[in-house]
Ligand binder design. Structure first.
Ligand SMILES: *[C@@H]1O[C@H](CO)[C@@H](O)[C@H](O)[C@H]1NC(C)=O
Ligand SMILES: *[C@@H]1O[C@H](CO)[C@@H](O)[C@H](O)[C@H]1NC(C)=O
Ligand SMILES: *[C@@H]1O[C@H](CO)[C@@H](O)[C@H](O)[C@H]1NC(C)=O
Ligand SMILES: *[C@@H]1O[C@H](CO)[C@@H](O)[C@H](O)[C@H]1NC(C)=O
Ligand SMILES: *[C@@H]1O[C@H](CO)[C@@H](O)[C@H](O)[C@H]1NC(C)=O
Ligand SMILES: *[C@@H]1O[C@H](CO)[C@@H](O)[C@H](O)[C@H]1NC(C)=O
Ligand SMILES: *[C@@H]1O[C@H](CO)[C@@H](O)[C@H](O)[C@H]1NC(C)=O
Ligand SMILES: *[C@@H]1O[C@H](CO)[C@@H](O)[C@H](O)[C@H]1NC(C)=O
Ligand SMILES: *[C@@H]1O[C@H](CO)[C@@H](O)[C@H](O)[C@H]1NC(C)=O
Ligand SMILES: *[C@@H]1O[C@H](CO)[C@@H](O)[C@H](O)[C@H]1NC(C)=O
Ligand SMILES: *[C@@H]1O[C@H](CO)[C@@H](O)[C@H](O)[C@H]1NC(C)=O
Ligand SMILES: *[C@@H]1O[C@H](CO)[C@@H](O)[C@H](O)[C@H]1NC(C)=O
Length: 657
């Protein structure tokens, strides 16, 4: 602000200079005072010199090394350092009060003798998105920079304990220490931090390891507008989230994100007192309570995320995290929406209640939330009929999840034109008997999930015509599909990543996926013939599941993939030798080749499958000595060799000693 002001004034000076030189004289006097002080000039330069510039130190695409423009000048007493990129001086005193070096490609350590701590007038300091090489946060931040009101050290590779001295920064209103994986906060420091930072408005500690039962530390935090404790993974917390009860009506909390933490207990009714709340995320926590009716009083709420905790170990391969918008199946918390008086704030744009225990009929009151853009109700226990037309009221809806309830979705014909344009649609297990006709007009669809319905017959051409360019995830598993209308040799979707047609009645030859594919699952169909060599060049393929009636030799290339994690080729009629696996850098975790007609020896390169957890080659015709040498695999948990021709002694795995 100040620097903008001085530029503005300078422009005026120029005008005045042209019009009235005497008038301007006094201004020039003022300007000299905004020259940088010689000492601070040199502190800045020394600070700069303590780092190297490394492009990879910053992640932002807009990152650039601001400090390269900082340079020694002839006369330090006339230094222009106030106009250096990222430096802001007080308009009158000329003291450096702001340093914005976010995303500046700085790499190196900060220790307590850094000249940064000599810039004692700093009010704003942003060092986020650099790489400080696992430095600890020096306690001098708290001792020497007592004027700070904004401190952002996020995403900068700090580690170690957050020093309690930070709490001496009594003017601090924003503290962001998030996304420094190695940072920790001890119980005692947490208490001191929150008790003493009396001006704090925004506190962001996501990803910080907090070894503390969060005591009643937050109860007096009525100055907060934003609190982000998401992914504070080690948060040891067994009681109710105690933030809310003590809030009186004067609080101005806007953002509260405690997702993916161990917070648990009941949401108190007094949550309704957070009347300014706009963003509320308690997903993947342990909350086990009713949604209090006071929710209806949160009139400003536009983002409500309550998806429950998901089990990372289950299903992570089916829907890679990066592709999934909604929570997974495991149910941890209990939510009662049966209170029919429950009114959601009408402003809501984002409501995600996936993977909970919602019961009863689909809540029709949701159709009044005209601003909804995302609605997630998958994985609950809702029942009854949903007239899909009613979503025509929600013009802004882009993401909708109704999967895995006990719902029957009924789509009237002729509703295509009025329904919103979806980007993501989950209607798995919705008692559909045919492909909903409105999909013809869905030109923006990126994810379509229709698995576990009763859809018979062919996949109509109009289904893929509209979505050729956009579709990324397609899940039609567990239906009664027999094939594609106009059987494609190659799949028509150019950007497809997830393709699941498992458990259908498909036949003929395997359709060839596009280069972008990561998950290809067609197990439990009647596909036959050989695996095309075109499967060889799929650089992103992680999961290949082909249990069918396939024959021929296994493509040699499969063993060379560096991306493949799960290879499931069991229950086919493949013959010939097992190709060498893991000859290169590899990610293989699961290899299932059982129930085929494979012959020859087990390739010795498998000793390099160092991430392999499970190997099934049972029921083949492998003829080899007993593979004790597989004992070197560090994480192997399951090995099935039965019904082959292994011979020799079942020996101990070789060891280092
Ligand atoms: C710069 O200012 C300091 C005092 O602030 C003075 O001692 C020094 O002589 C000045 N240097 C020059 C080159 O004017
Ligand atoms: C980063 O830390 C490592 C390990 O402490 C050290 O060897 C290396 O010199 C440091 N690099 C810089 C630029 O400080
Ligand atoms: C800062 O301290 C380190 C040791 O902790 C020392 O190697 C370095 O020379 C010091 N730097 C300055 C500018 O004093
Ligand atoms: C801190 O910096 C990061 C990265 O530059 C930015 O995304 C974040 O919004 C900042 N935090 C606050 C509270 O301003
Ligand atoms: C916190 O504040 C109390 C009371 O103002 C003070 O006695 C204490 O020293 C402060 N703690 C820290 C670590 O600054
Ligand atoms: C909250 O503030 C009151 C009064 O300022 C004080 O007595 C009480 O100890 C504080 N509670 C906590 C948990 O910090
Ligand atoms: C509500 O909180 C504010 C801010 O902490 C405080 O100034 C005010 O006295 C409190 N009001 C009541 C009624 O407790
Ligand atoms: C909280 O922090 C996490 C991780 O840094 C981030 O993904 C999330 O968007 C933040 N929440 C808010 C409301 O900014
Ligand atoms: C916190 O959550 C983690 C991950 O879910 C879990 O392993 C741990 O046991 C939990 N801790 C407590 C105290 O509940
Ligand atoms: C909602 O706010 C009104 C006015 O402040 C209050 O009377 C009412 O009790 C609140 N409702 C709930 C359910 O908290
Ligand atoms: C599925 O839909 C049919 C009508 O198409 C209906 O008879 C049946 O009851 C529905 N099943 C469930 C579980 O709702
Ligand atoms: C395919 O889409 C185009 C527009 O992209 C449309 O004109 C054409 O009618 C569609 N064909 C079928 C068979 O749906």
């Amino acid at each position: 602000m100040e620097s903008w002001l001085s530029k503005f004034t300078c422009f005026h000076c120029l005008l005045f200079l042209l019009l009235n030189a005497t008038h301007c004289f006094s201004f020039v006097q003022t300007q000299t005072r905004t020259l940088c002080h010689a000492d601070e000039h040199s502190f800045l330069l020394q600070f700069k010199e303590s780092f190297t510039i490394d492009k990879s130190a910053s992640r932002s695409p807009f990152a650039y090394p601001k400090v390269t423009s900082w340079a020694q000048e002839g006369d330090q007493n006339q230094s222009k350092c106030c106009s250096w990129d990222g430096v802001e001086c007080h308009a009158e005193s000329g003291r450096v009060i702001g340093l914005d070096l976010k995303s500046s490609c700085l790499y190196g350590s900060i220790n307590s003798n850094s000249t940064l701590f000599r810039l004692v007038h700093l009010q704003m300091l942003d060092l986020s998105d650099n790489n400080f090489n696992s430095s600890e946060i020096p306690s001098r931040f708290g001792h020497d920079l007592s004027s700070l009101s904004y401190l952002n050290l996020s995403l900068s590779a700090f580690s170690g304990q957050i020093p309690s001295e930070i709490s001496k920064l009594s003017k601090l209103s924003t503290l962001d220490l998030s996304q420094n994986n190695g940072l920790e906060l001890r119980k005692s420091n947490m208490r001191i931090l929150v008790q003493n930072l009396t001006s704090i408005k925004q506190l962001h500690l996501s990803d910080v390891g907090i070894y503390s039962t969060v005591p009643n530390i937050l109860v007096n935090a009525s100055s907060f507008t934003s609190l982000n404790l998401s992914y504070c993974g080690c948060l040891v917390y067994t009681q109710t989230l105690v933030i809310f009860p003590t809030f009186n009506r004067t609080n101005s909390f806007k953002t509260l994100d405690v997702s993916s933490t161990n917070f648990s207990g009941e949401l108190p009714n007094s949550i309704g007192n957070l009347h300014s709340l706009n963003y509320f995320d308690i997903s993947y926590c342990g909350f086990d309570s009713h949604v209090p009716s006071s929710f209806g009083n949160l009139t400003q709420l536009s983002f409500l995320e309550m998806a429950s905790f998901h089990d990372v170990s289950a299903g992570q391969f089916l829907v890679p995290d990066s592709l999934s918008c909604f929570g997974k199946l495991t149910k941890f918390s209990y939510l009662d929406l049966s209170d029919i008086n429950l009114q959601f704030p009408t402003n809501l744009e984002h409501l995600n209640l996936a993977s909970n225990y919602l019961q009863g009929e689909f809540p029709k009151s949701l159709f009044h939330l005209r601003n909804l853009e995302r609605l997630g109700l998958s994985g609950n226990n809702l029942s009854g009929l949903v007239e899909f037309d009613e979503f025509s009221n929600l013009k802004k809806l882009k993401v909708l999840g109704l999967s895995d309830n006990r719902l029957s979705v009924r789509v009237k014909s002729g509703s295509s034109a009025t329904l919103p344009k979806f980007e993501f649609l989950k209607l798995a297990e919705c008692n559909l008997t045919e492909f909903p006709e409105f999909l013809k007009n869905q030109y923006e669809l990126g994810g379509l999930y229709l698995s576990r319905n009763n859809i018979h017959g062919q996949i109509p051409k109009w289904l893929w015509n509209a979505t050729r360019e956009t579709l990324v995830n397609l899940d039609l598993g567990s239906n009664f599909l027999t094939g594609f209308e106009e059987n494609p040799v190659t799949l028509p979707w150019k950007n497809l990543q997830l393709f699941n047609l498992a458990n259908n009645r498909l036949q003929g030859s395997l359709p060839i996926p596009p280069q972008s594919i990561t998950v290809y699952m067609v197990d439990n169909n009647n596909y036959s013939g050989e695996v095309s060599p075109l499967f060889c060049n799929l650089n992103y393929l992680q999961v290949l599941d082909l249990a069918n009636n396939l024959s021929g030799m296994l493509p040699q290339c499969l063993g060379k993939s560096s991306s493949l994690e799960i290879l499931h080729l069991m229950f086919n009629s493949f013959h010939g030798h097992i190709p060498p696996f893991c000859v290169n850098k590899n990610s293989l975790k699961f290899v299932g080749l059982g129930y085929n007609r494979l012959q020859g020896m087990l390739p010795r390169s498998m000793a390099d499958c160092i991430q392999l957890e499970f190997l099934h080659i049972g029921n083949n015709q492998i003829s080899d000595i007993f593979p004790s040498w597989l004992g070197v695999l560090p994480v192997l948990k399951g090995l099935i060799l039965g019904s082959n021709a292994f011979h020799g002694i079942i020996g101990k795995p070789p060891t280092d000693h």
